[in-house]
Ligand binder design. Sequence first.
Ligand SMILES: Cc1cc2nc3c(=O)[nH]c(=O)nc-3n(C[C@H](O)[C@H](O)[C@H](O)COP(=O)(O)O)c2cc1C
Length: 226
Amino acid sequence: MFNYFNKQEASSLGPVVGKIANQEIRANQLLRRGSKWAGGYGTPSDGDDTNKGSQPVRVHTKNAKSLIIYWSRSGSTELLASKLADKLDADIYEVRLQNPYPANYQKTLARANRERETGNPPAVVKDMWSLSQYDTVYFGFQTWAMTLSQPMQGFLKAYGQEFTDKKLAPFETEGGYGQGDSISVFKQLIKEAGGKNNTYTKPLVVDGNKVDQADHRVSAWLKQVN
Ligand SMILES: Cc1cc2nc3c(=O)[nH]c(=O)nc-3n(C[C@H](O)[C@H](O)[C@H](O)COP(=O)(O)O)c2cc1C
C-alpha cells in the first residue's frame, strides 16, 4: 500500500492511515518500509504527541467494561489501539503529557535518555476518570531504549494504584528490536504504585512499521484475552 517516499515526504506526517473515535491517525513510520529509516529509527512526529490540531481521544460511556489506554508519539501505537477499538466495545483514554516531546527524533531521544537515566519520567495530564466500572484494561505503549517508554512510565507512576483487581492486557509497538524488559517494568511499576490482584494477559507486540498489516494478529490476540 505504501511505496517508497522521498526524504521530504518521509519526514512529514504522512497520509491518514486510520481513525480512532472519529479522529484521523497519521503514522509516518508506515512510510518507511524499504527506506533506510526502516525499523522505526528516526521517526519524526508533529511535536505534539501526534495531536497537533486534534483533541486527545476520550471515549467514556456508562456501561463499558473495557478501557483502552494508550500513548503514541508517531502514530503506530495509536493505529494499533484503533484496531482494538474497532473490535471491542471499549472506552478509550489517550495519555497526554504536560510537556510533549519535540518533533525531532534526536531531541526526543536525548530527552528520553535523560529522563531514563535520572529516573524522572514525564508528568502526564491528570484527567483520568474513575476506573471502577472496568474489568479489563488494554494498555498501549512502545519500546524505548529496550524498555517501557518514558511516557507510560510517567502514567503508571501517576495512576498505577488505580489498577487493582483488573485484567490487564498490554499491547506494544517496537522498531524492530523487540520488547526488551518493557513488560516486566510495566508490571513492576503498577506493583510499586500499589496496584494489586491483577491478572496479566500475554502481550501483543507488533513492529511499528507493520501495524497496518496486523489485523489477523489483533483478532487472534483478542480471542485469547477474552
Ligand atoms: C526515543 C525512542 C527510543 C526508541 N527505542 C527503541 C528500542 O530500543 N527498540 C526498538 O525496537 N524501537 C525503539 N524505538 C522505536 C519505537 O519503539 C517505534 O518506532 C514505535 O512503533 C513508536 O511508537 P509510536 O509511533 O506509537 O510513538 C524508539 C523510538 C524512540 C522515539
